[in-house]
Design a protein around this ligand. Structure first.
Ligand SMILES: [Zn+2]
Length: 575
């Protein structure tokens, strides 16, 4: 058994409920009185086929685990233990599903009580104000929130001071002012309610305690942040809480969405394994929990912010070895909007069927604007990506290098060396590159034959001047560059040739007496330029090698190494 949900599926909800209440047959279902509300006529129904219960007065339902926790007020451990025993399992084999019981301090208990009281009150206000207040009613309608969702997520309404003073009511329930401030129910001066005319989402910890709230403004035209969240407190640490994890944790697979509204909309179409993160930094405790799930799907908004957040999560997940996929959202709308439009459910099913591996996603992100031959950007992006991945997992690294090599058609070894540029393994790569250089220097091309050939060809055919970009050549000696400029000026500006150039031309023209050895046309000239460039690169490499031997400054050496790798790759490009 891999998940709590497997245990839940193993029991029969009819047996579970009948341990506490007398069930009477009603059509294909069973019915009994609900013990949460004052029930005179049976309004809690149990459906053996779907394995769910529902109280039609409380508008609350769920599976056997939900029943134990909601109706019988079991805590998580008690409920799991009950289910394990009911299905004949050895409880000790499933200890990893149990929560470590936390001991709360006096102040923490007070904060929990204040939050719980506030949540009850907000929920009560929402149910009342929905009948009378046009603003909140309007908002609920527009967002297509049903009573079932309001109850399932215990949504609430924090009225404005003019409408109702919720602080007064909380104080009546013996919550101290200092505690209310600490729990972000009252502002820091203690003068105004923290939440003011907002739809309130209570945030539960895993034990189903309300530990914080998020308030969505009801009036769009009011100058205020769209959402405000409780400040962190002894009971609320953003990095340790995942919204709706209290409900979703029992599932093998999880879907991570961007906002609370997305989580709620997903539940409308039957997905209860959907959660929202409270930020992109995740505590080690949360990481450990997420690792227990077989598969995690990341489904954030398809905008700049959403892509950025996805990348941050992917970074955390890769670092911590969490298995996840990215869902490709082609609709440029958030999940909530998609679900609420026509054929929303079908669209979501389509999205769920096209998942992308995290590695493919980051490659897409880093290389979406880089074309195959844009060498500068390829190099830059590989280095950026390597900074990003920072994983110790060699398999992931190798997979990325493999895929990049295929995508960009570049040698794996080169990608690896760029990949490692930012790592401390600097020395090691340096040695590797030196091996390449050694074989190179063995060729020992002291001759400047191609350069000379190039210059004579230009002298014989001045139209070649326009084909040459002088910066492309790393001249073997400064005098060749001078000669080139001299010849260029002679033809373009009718300047006289220098004595040195005249001697050079006289000495070398004879070497190329046969016509074939000089460039005859555009194509053969271009080929000659390529060969000269190749020679210049080799020369440049040797020069860099010598420089590197001389300098001990690490930053300078790193720069030199980068240039070196660059040159090496240009050589490879040509092959
Ligand atoms: Zn009820």
């Amino acid at each position: 058994m891999k998940s709590i949900n497997d245990i839940v599926k193993k029991v029969d909800i009819v047996n579970i409920v009948s341990s506490f209440a007398t069930l009477n047959k009603s059509g294909t279902s069973f019915k009994t009185t609900c013990n949460v509300h004052l029930d005179s006529s049976p309004s809690l129904f149990v459906n053996p086929k779907k394995q769910i219960y529902k109280c039609f007065v409380c508008d609350h339902g769920g599976d056997a685990l939900d029943y134990l926790m909601w109706s019988q007020k079991f805590d998580w451990n008690q409920a799991i233990e009950f289910l394990l025993k009911a299905s004949g399992e050895e409880v000790d084999n499933y200890r990893h599903f149990f929560h470590n019981k936390r001991e709360y301090s006096e102040l923490e208990k007070k904060l929990l009580k204040a939050s719980s009281d506030a949540s009850d009150l907000f929920n009560y206000f929402l149910n009342i104000f929905i009948e009378e207040d046009n603003d909140i009613l309007e908002f609920i309608k527009k967002r297509k929130l049903t009573k079932e969702q309001i109850n399932q997520f215990k949504l609430g309404y924090a009225p404005s001071l003019e409408e109702k003073n919720y602080i007064e009511q909380l104080e009546k329930k013996s919550n101290e002012k200092s505690v209310l401030i600490n729990a972000s129910l009252l502002n820091e001066n203690g003068t105004r309610p923290f939440f003011n005319k907002r739809l309130v989402f209570p945030i539960f910890d895993e034990e189903n305690n309300v530990v914080a709230f998020s308030g969505r403004k009801v009036l769009e035209n009011i100058e205020a942040p769209k959402y405000i969240n409780s400040k962190e407190s002894l009971i609320f640490k953003k990095s340790s809480i995942i919204y709706n994890y209290n409900n979703a944790k029992k599932y093998e697979d999880l879907i991570i969405v961007e906002g609370f509204m997305d989580v709620i909309s997903f539940s409308k179409i039957g997905f209860n394994n959907v959660v929202a993160l409270m930020g992109t930094s995740l505590s080690s405790e949360i990481i450990k929990k997420l690792k227990n799930h077989k598969e995690i799907l990341i489904f954030l908004d398809n905008d700049q912010a959403g892509i950025k957040a996805t990348l941050s999560i992917v970074k955390e997940f890769l670092k911590n070895g969490i298995n996840a996929f990215i869902l490709e959202n082609k609709y440029s709308k958030d999940a909530d909007q998609i679900i609420n439009e026509e054929n929303g459910q079908q669209k979501i099913l389509n999205i769920l069927s096209s998942k992308i591996k995290m590695v493919d996603y980051i490659i897409w992100c880093f290389f979406k604007d880089v074309s195959k031959n844009d060498y500068e950007n390829i190099k830059k992006s590989i280095i950026e990506l390597s900074y990003f991945v920072k994983t110790n997992d060699q398999f992931i690294k190798l997979e990325i290098i493999d895929k990049l090599s295929q995508k960009l058609e570049i040698d794996k070894k080169l990608i690896t060396s760029y990949f490692d540029l930012n790592l401390v393994k600097f020395k090691q790569i340096e040695n590797e590159v030196n091996v390449v250089n050694d074989s190179l220097s063995k060729k020992r091309f002291d001759n400047s034959l191609n350069t000379v050939k190039l210059l004579i060809s230009i002298w014989k055919n001045p139209s070649f001047i326009g084909l040459l970009n002088i910066d492309d050549i790393y001249w073997p000696e400064a005098k060749y560059k001078k000669i080139y400029k001299d010849i260029k000026n002679y033809f373009e500006s009718k300047q006289n040739l220098s004595k040195e150039t005249i001697i050079f031309l006289e000495n070398n023209q004879k070497k190329f007496s046969s016509k074939e050895s000089l460039a005859q046309n555009k194509a053969s000239f271009n080929e000659l330029v390529l060969r000269t460039k190749e020679e210049s690169n080799q020369r440049k490499l040797l020069d860099i090698n010598n420089l590197m031997k001389k300098t001990s400054n690490d930053i300078q050496r790193k720069e030199l190494l980068k240039t070196k790798l660059d040159l090496l790759s240009k050589r490879k490009d040509k092959k």
